[in-house]
Design a protein around this ligand. Structure first.
Ligand SMILES: NC(=O)C1=CN([C@@H]2O[C@H](COP(=O)(O)OP(=O)(O)OC[C@H]3O[C@@H](n4cnc5c(N)ncnc54)[C@H](OP(=O)(O)O)[C@@H]3O)[C@@H](O)[C@H]2O)C=CC1
Ligand SMILES: CC(C)CCC[C@@H](C)[C@H]1CC[C@H]2C3=C(CC[C@]12C)[C@@]1(C)CCC(=O)C[C@@H]1CC3
Length: 333
């Protein structure tokens, strides 16, 4: 079974490509940029929104894993809609024309999150009626169109990871370190006792490949969404502190009231919106990141265990240790 990994040069995508190769699968990669060179992989560069770019990459492909997205924290509404919604419709149309049989979408557990506590959330929870940012808004649209496309000759499934971390992560660890280096990591938001799922990247990869292998005629996974987690929810600030201390930065010790910081983030968000025509500011503390830092949000992966035999293959502590080792270049000097 030849795979095409759309977004295969990104953080998660590259790990998916590595694992598929190690399991002996032939792999094509499609991405808007190339970040690696491997003679075993055919890399096609282009825009997933353009049929003429995508079709050549689909030749001889049986299964597509779509994990491309604009940067989740970029807040670019037009780009999110173009890539995550319109682009995904293009992928579906191209897959059907090329005779591809299986599609795995990397969705997000955040599609049901709207800033309030979620404890052991299940897949049957409704989509967020008021998504907190444009990224989440378009991930909801994306998951809907992919699952609606499921049919007797084109099987689709959505994998919903949450808080992916690991080597080559461009979002979580680098942002955390930059925030610490800017002296803004002296305080925790809230009481520090909010449980969150952080998922080591190789567990997310394992879930994707299981999902692809489980798709097929009469399969119970066809047309469904599945949470893939480490099954070890951890206090948000304990996780960040492990990363920070591992990289020789001080862990936050004092607390700021969640409501107060959330209110400040709302005001900052308004200024960012008003200043947008003049200057594009990308604050770290957005209403979304403040809520993610101050509320419970962890999810049940029981459905994935039952329907596709998923189990995390790397423990949270082992994943944190490997991540810290891989980011030693970001250690405090
Ligand atoms: N990181 C996380 O914690 C979580 C991520 N996810 C999902 O996982 C998936 C992978 O995320 P992650 O690896 O972090 O993201 P990355 O930004 O690291 O990778 C996404 C890749 O897609 C590429 N891409 C963007 N636009 C296009 C386009 N128009 N055509 C072709 N390629 C394009 C990006 O290129 P470029 O960088 O140049 O834009 C990048 O190489 C995403 O679908 C995301 O929504 C879900 C839950 C949590
Ligand atoms: C400055 C601190 C308050 C937060 C520093 C860490 C954050 C940058 C990360 C903590 C949780 C992460 C997260 C995502 C991106 C990075 C964090 C906000 C996602 C939004 C990435 C895309 C998704 O699909 C959901 C993730 C939720 C957790």
């Amino acid at each position: 079974m030849r795979f095409l990994v759309i977004g295969g040069c990104g953080f998660l995508g590259r790990h998916i490509v590595d694992e598929l190769l190690s399991r002996g699968f032939p792999v094509n990669v499609f991405d808007i940029r190339s970040t690696f060179d491997d003679g075993r992989v055919k890399i096609f560069l282009g825009d997933l929104c353009k049929k003429e770019d995508l079709m050549p990459a689909l030749e001889g492909v049986s299964a597509v894993i779509h994990c491309a997205t604009p940067p989740p924290l970029s807040n670019n509404r037009a780009l999110f809609h173009k890539v995550n919604h319109d682009g995904t419709l293009n992928i579906i149309a191209c897959c059907k024309e090329a005779g591809v049989k299986r599609m795995v979408l990397t969705s997000s557990a955040s599609v049901v999150y709207e800033g309030s506590d979620i404890k052991n959330g299940v897949e049957t929870m409704p989509y967020a009626s008021k998504p907190m940012d444009y990224y989440t808004e378009t991930k909801i649209l994306q998951e809907k169109v992919v699952l609606q496309a499921n049919s007797d000759d084109f099987y689709t499934v959505a994998v919903r990871p949450h808080g992916i971390f690991g080597p080559r992560d461009p979002h979580l660890v680098p942002t955390t370190v930059r925030t610490a280096q800017a002296g803004k990591m002296k305080f925790m938001i809230g009481n520090g006792e909010n449980l969150v799922d952080f998922t080591f990247v190789r567990n997310v990869v394992h879930g994707h490949i299981l999902a692809a292998e489980s798709l097929g005629p009469g399969s119970k996974v066809n047309g469904k969404a599945y949470h893939i987690t480490n099954d070890e929810p951890i206090y948000f600030w304990t996780f960040l502190s492990k990363i920070l201390v591992g990289l020789k930065y001080d862990a936050p010790k004092r607390h700021l009231p969640f409501t107060f910081i959330y209110f400040l983030a709302l005001i900052l968000n308004l200024f960012v919106f008003l200043l947008k025509p003049i200057k594009d500011i990308k604050p770290t503390f957005t209403p979304m990141t403040v809520c993610l830092a101050g509320t419970h949000h962890y999810y049940s992966s029981e459905a994935a265990k039952k329907d596709m035999g998923y189990r995390p293959i790397v423990s949270l502590d082992d994943g944190i240790e490997e991540t810290i080792r891989s980011f030693s270049h970001l250690s405090k000097k």
